[in-house]
Design a protein. Structure first.
Length: 94
């Protein structure tokens, strides 16, 4: 599902116009992005946790030239699903 599909489903479930659902979806994504940029953790009860983790600087190799290269430190978003979400997903597969 992409952003547009999410907005369409949100509009259907809440009985609001698609344009309003798309604005709400964009606002939600802006809030999530802003919060993660500030290195804050987002906990959504029954869904999961989004957090930012630091990936330290490391040595790697350029596969084309086989020369060593330094990969700089970076931050990456990580999602951990809640037990409730995992339970719902696994019950549906059975």
């Amino acid at each position: 599902m992409n952003k547009n599909g999410f907005a369409i489903e949100l509009a259907r479930m809440t009985n609001i116009p698609k344009a309003a659902a798309l604005r709400m979806t964009n606002a939600m994504l802006d809030i999530l992005s802003k919060t993660l940029n500030e290195k804050e953790t987002i906990r959504l009860s029954g869904f999961g946790t989004l957090e930012v983790r630091r990936a330290p600087e490391r040595m790697a190799r350029n596969p084309r030239t086989n020369e060593p290269a330094v990969v700089p430190e970076r931050h990456k978003p990580v999602f951990r699903p809640s037990k409730q979400l995992l339970g719902r997903m696994n019950r549906e597969e059975a």
